[in-house]
Design a protein. Structure first.
Length: 442
């Protein structure tokens, strides 16, 4: 059976692929059938270097034996157990281990199955928290232009990517957006955090002045925006947001779905920037991407605010059938062990300077108008072809894949986020491949 599925299926029509140019794909499929460590294998037997950790999730590299074994063992022991009014030890164990690596003060965990669900959960916790505290008028949510917070209605509403929003009606009402922080003319080719733009955080004061703080529940931002093309916060920006939120009693939510678990060279972006949010959403790297799972971290005061009322009553009417799924928890525990044993949560710091220099060596490559980097994240922004946005980067993506590198593009931006086990030679290989692809396209 598995043998047969290593071959290309003869009909690709039934699967409506997510976030994919379906017609283009099905004419010229790019099919992955196996993976190990830093590489995928295609159905025609080629090795492809994974420059994107799958979708920003396989932080420890592919098919790591400890994780695979933990899943196999758990599947044969306790495959599923409900987490509503029932418990299984591994979910508690995993929550405890997660809290150990989380930024100081984020000491409770709510399990979900994806980044999108983590975001919905965080927004609902924020709204309900104010209500249980007697501040039920705080219902407004603030996102940011070019933010990506998954695809469910709450996340789409606070998100700021027009193509993700425009087809879906009015979305949630009572949502405002901060301006994005991508100041290309002032900050192009910055290394790490850009110099200009801290004042963009002050836009939150403008929104507060317009609506009054008593109506605002929470601000949600990605510490480093990923899906909108790797937008790195200007120096001091996140600290300023934290200060304004504190001043007005507004909760600060960091969406760390891609920045969590070592991506910036620290366990979380909150550690990197020295700014601890009130709620932190994660997914992806929590299980090395192997089993769907998300985890929302909250401060003790938020959790404890719910622990009132009759003790037989459910405190928070929210949860998923698979919250804390035992197999996902087993994968997560083995993932955390792998991260720890191999120092992966800090490896981005060790390799950061090499990565930065390697990426910025592409400054003179064709079409490049900006290069950005932080931790083990990089972006190369291309001049769009007039009248045909996204086409140039997509051509580069296709060419790179043909030559043996998987990268990701969003708009005309190439985003890179390799597994944290990458070697210096493999960093060089990524950069060579990107140059080769840019040389080959119009
Ligand atoms: C910051 C952020 N939030 C949420 C999500 C949604 O995660 P998922 O695709 O697991 O629902 C993503 C996915 O890329 C993300 O980057």
């Amino acid at each position: 059976m598995l043998e047969r599925l290593d071959k290309r299926p003869n009909d690709l029509s039934a699967f409506w692929m997510p976030f994919t140019a379906n017609r283009q794909f099905k004419q010229a499929p790019r099919m992955l059938v196996a993976a190990q460590d830093m590489h995928y294998t295609t159905d025609d037997g080629r090795k492809v270097l994974d420059g994107t950790s799958g979708l920003w999730c396989v932080n420890a590299g592919h098919c790591r034996p400890k994780i695979t074994e933990a899943i196999r063992e758990q599947a044969g022991k306790l495959d599923y157990a409900p987490a509503f009014q029932m418990g299984h030890p591994i979910a508690f164990e995993f929550a405890n281990r997660l809290v150990d690596v989380a930024p100081e003060g984020l000491d409770h965990v709510f399990f979900t199955n994806s980044g999108s669900e983590s975001v919905e959960t965080a927004l609902k916790i924020a709204l309900a928290y104010h209500r249980v505290k007697g501040e039920g008028s705080r219902t407004r949510l603030i996102g940011r232009e070019r933010g990506y917070h998954g695809v469910n209605f709450g996340g789409t509403s606070v998100g700021g990517i027009v193509n993700n929003r425009k087809m879906f009606g009015t979305l949630l009402t009572g949502v405002d957006h901060l301006p994005h922080t991508h100041l290309l003319t002032k900050n192009a080719f910055s290394r790490g955090e850009p110099e200009h733009g801290v004042e963009l955080a002050d836009e939150l004061e403008r929104i507060v002045a317009l609506h009054d703080a008593s109506t605002i529940a929470a601000v949600i931002v990605e510490p480093v925006a990923g899906s909108a093309g790797v937008l790195i916060p200007p120096k001091g920006y996140l600290k300023r947001l934290r200060e304004i939120c504190d001043k007005h009693g507004i909760l600060l939510i960091f969406d760390e779905v891609i920045t969590g678990f070592g991506r910036l060279g620290t366990p979380f972006a909150a550690d990197y920037f020295g700014v601890v949010p009130d709620i932190m959403t994660t997914a992806k790297g929590v299980t090395n991407g192997v089993i769907p799972m998300g985890a929302v971290f909250v401060r003790k005061e938020i959790h404890d605010a719910f622990m009132t009322g009759p003790e037989h009553m459910i405190e928070f009417f929210h949860g998923y059938t698979y919250s804390g799924n035992p197999i996902a928890c087993a994968a997560g525990l083995a993932t955390l062990e792998t991260y720890k044993e191999e120092g992966l949560l800090n490896r981005g710091e060790e390799l950061g300077a090499y990565w930065e220099n390697a990426l910025h060596s592409l400054k003179d490559a064709p079409h490049v108008i900006d290069i950005r980097n932080i931790g083990l994240v990089g972006a190369i922004e291309l001049e769009p072809i007039p009248g045909q946005p996204t086409k140039r980067a997509f051509s580069a993506f296709l060419k790179a894949f043909e030559n043996g590198l998987l990268m990701r593009t969003t708009g005309d931006i190439i985003a890179l986020s390799p597994p944290l086990i990458i070697t210096k030679d493999q960093i060089d290989e990524i950069v060579d491949q990107v140059r080769k692809a840019l040389n080959a396209i119009d």
